[in-house]
Write a protein that binds this ligand. Structure first.
Ligand SMILES: *[C@@H]1O[C@H](CO)[C@@H](O)[C@H](O)[C@H]1NC(C)=O
Ligand SMILES: *[C@@H]1O[C@H](CO)[C@@H](O)[C@H](O)[C@H]1NC(C)=O
Ligand SMILES: *[C@@H]1O[C@H](CO)[C@@H](O)[C@H](O)[C@H]1NC(C)=O
Ligand SMILES: *[C@@H]1O[C@H](CO)[C@@H](O)[C@H](O)[C@H]1NC(C)=O
Ligand SMILES: *[C@@H]1O[C@H](CO)[C@@H](O)[C@H](O)[C@H]1NC(C)=O
Length: 365
């Protein structure tokens, strides 16, 4: 009798295994975007993955020990619908799907998009994806329009309930039906100095896999070079909005211009000819309608210097007047959820005026 127990155990295990489809993180049809370390785990708000799934009825994520404890918040979007927050942790995480999926009424393929929302507590260590029996991955074809955004808190969605998923860069990417990667670090200067808890500036950190949170991390207190060949497809458009924290740290006008032009020259070793859109600051709005500005005239100078160096594909985006008191939280003057929508709309109009229009449909439907 005893000898039958192991057999029974095997039988049950076998039945359970066949009931679900385990997709290891190495599966070639997982479309990763943003910055992932080798564990593999995310850094920087907005990093994540996309799946094109046939016959989806259930979705679990199995996460490893490098996942932020007690949880990390991710946005989950099905078939390009709204991103809904899911809090996930080390171990098995069931992702809620609408009843139509569970009941099998939804047929055909589904596009699943999942990304970390936060600029901190944003580590998702993906071991595997567990799908229902009969589900399979099919090819996800990325958009041929790819935005790379670079910035600070004003681009990272700091103070927003859904973080970067509600921030203007993400909204612009969505509106254009584009791929979009955001490397934005709250508190960081462009200059490589310590600023508001950031050990490095963005002119250093952008070239690393990890965001500056690495410095406060016990299991990964180091940075590694980012292999830009992993950005597939490569960015087609670069958008940079930075300088607020340099100004707060008293980086002088001439130092800022020097750091910024050097940064762009380094970007040009990766992004040889792509258009670069350089935002002037929209400034810090006040209740009386005035706006505190910084580095006035300096962004023009940076663009002019690049033009003089033969780099014609760099454009100043004059954001003066884009953000008023009504667009910001009164206590920190960062854009609110509708404030970010307002900014995204203005930048979209700016791009459309210059001939860049949203794609009519997503590349994967
Ligand atoms: C996710 O966790 C955060 C932080 O604990 C919490 O504020 C939020 O309500 C949670 N959201 C969901 C959808 O569970
Ligand atoms: C999915 O995760 C939940 C825990 O959140 C677990 O109870 C369930 O067994 C998992 N399903 C599969 C198929 O792994
Ligand atoms: C990470 O290492 C640096 C030294 O390189 C140290 O100053 C810092 O305290 C460390 N952080 C943690 C969380 O251990
Ligand atoms: C920047 O300069 C102002 C005015 O001189 C000073 O009050 C402030 O402490 C300085 N800030 C830093 C970070 O050096
Ligand atoms: C930016 O726009 C403002 C308001 O329209 C204008 O006063 C300013 O001269 C513009 N700056 C540049 C560099 O074009």
């Amino acid at each position: 009798m005893l000898s039958h127990f192991p057999l029974l155990g095997l039988l049950i295990l076998g039945t359970m295994a066949s009931a679900s489809v385990v997709i290891p993180h190495t599966h070639p049809l997982i479309y990763f975007h943003g910055r992932w370390d080798s564990s593999p785990g995310t850094w920087w708000a907005g990093s994540g993955f996309k799946l094109h799934v046939n016959n989806l009825k259930s979705l679990n994520l199995t996460l490893g020990p490098h996942t932020t404890a007690p949880l990390t918040s991710v946005g989950v979007s099905l078939d390009y619908g709204e991103f809904i927050t899911a809090n996930i942790s080390e171990g098995a995480n069931a992702i809620d799907l609408p009843e139509s999926f569970i009941a099998g009424e939804k047929t055909g393929t589904t596009v699943v998009r999942i990304n970390v929302e936060g600029w901190q507590n944003n580590r998702m260590n993906l071991e595997s994806i567990v799908l229902n029996e009969g589900a399979s991955l099919v090819q996800y074809i990325p958009s041929d329009l790819v935005f790379q955004f670079i910035g600070d808190s004003l681009s990272a969605g700091q103070f927003l309930p859904k973080g970067v998923d509600q921030a203007w860069p993400f909204l612009v990417g969505e509106a254009f039906k584009a791929e979009h990667v955001v490397n934005a670090q709250p508190g960081a200067a462009l200059t490589d100095i310590v600023s508001y808890g950031n050990e490095h500036g963005v002119s250093f950190q952008f070239f690393r896999t990890e965001d500056t949170g690495y410095f406060y991390t016990t299991d990964h207190n180091f940075t590694t070079p980012w292999n830009f060949a992993r950005d597939k497809p490569a960015a087609t458009h670069l958008v940079i909005h930075i300088g607020a924290n340099d100004a707060s740290q008293n980086v002088t006008d001439s130092q800022f211009v020097e750091v910024y032009t050097t940064f762009i020259a380094r970007l040009r070793t990766i992004y040889l000819g792509q258009p670069i859109f350089l935002f002037t600051p929209w400034g810090w709005p006040n209740p009386d309608g005035t706006v505190n500005q910084y580095y006035e005239g300096q962004y023009e100078k940076i663009v002019d210097l690049r033009h003089a160096a033969g780099d014609e594909n760099i454009f100043l985006v004059n954001t003066t007047g884009w953000v008023g008191w009504d667009d910001v939280f009164p206590d920190n003057q960062h854009p609110t959820v509708p404030g970010h929508v307002h900014i995204a709309e203005q930048f979209q109009a700016w791009l459309e005026n210059r001939g860049l229009h949203p794609r009519e449909r997503w590349a994967t439907q």
